[in-house]
Design a protein around this ligand. Structure first.
Ligand SMILES: [Cu+2]
Length: 134
């Protein structure tokens, strides 16, 4: 298990506090506002799909906050030009998705408790999404 990097350059100022968060520790983010989540409008528990692209050492999204609900399935659609592990720090060991180079990969997990959880690239040690679960 790698520790979360101190890489914070692209994150909003309010996320700077996350710099001390260790890998696997849920983080409380007071007053976090929703980002451009692609949450479906048809009910709180509709599947939340998050497209993720990793290319040239950059991740997209890049630290964006996305809102989700407890019990809502979260689908990660990942395309990467290099093999990577995507890790959702959703408590315990979290959810880990192995992504081979060049092959679009989809993984689903369901948050079971509220909080703010980082979804990160382990190979690049970058935060892709901060999932705010309520
Ligand atoms: Cu991790």
């Amino acid at each position: 298990m790698r520790t979360t990097t101190r890489w914070l350059g692209g994150l909003a100022a309010g996320l700077v506090l996350l710099g001390t968060a260790a890998c696997n520790q849920p983080v409380d983010l007071p007053g976090s506002s929703g980002g451009g989540a692609s949450s479906s409008a048809s009910g709180a528990l509709a599947t939340l799909t998050i497209p993720i692209t990793i290319a040239g050492g950059q991740v997209t999204p890049n630290g964006q906050k996305i809102n989700a609900s407890v019990g809502q399935p979260v689908v990660l659609q990942v395309t990467s030009d290099e093999a990577d592990e995507i890790h959702a720090h959703t408590g315990g060991d979290g959810y880990e998705l192995e992504v081979p180079a060049g092959t679009p990969t989809t993984g689903t997990f369901t948050p079971t408790s509220p909080g703010s959880f980082e979804i990160e690239s382990h190979h690049l040690e970058k935060v892709i999404v901060v999932l705010n679960v309520s």
